[in-house]
Design a protein around this ligand. Structure first.
Ligand SMILES: [Zn+2]
Length: 41
């Protein structure tokens, strides 16, 4: 399982505690404040 996602600003967020969901999960970036959607598989 993928445990890290990269924001469009370049920051990497740890999502190891996030449950994978159909359609991806919304990840909040603590660096730039942007919420990005990621497919985690
Ligand atoms: Zn960001």
């Amino acid at each position: 399982m993928q445990t890290k996602v990269r924001c469009r600003c370049g920051a990497v967020t740890d999502v190891s505690g996030v449950s994978p969901r159909l359609g991806g999960v919304d990840v909040y970036c603590t660096v730039c404040g942007t919420v990005t959607n990621h497919k985690i598989s």
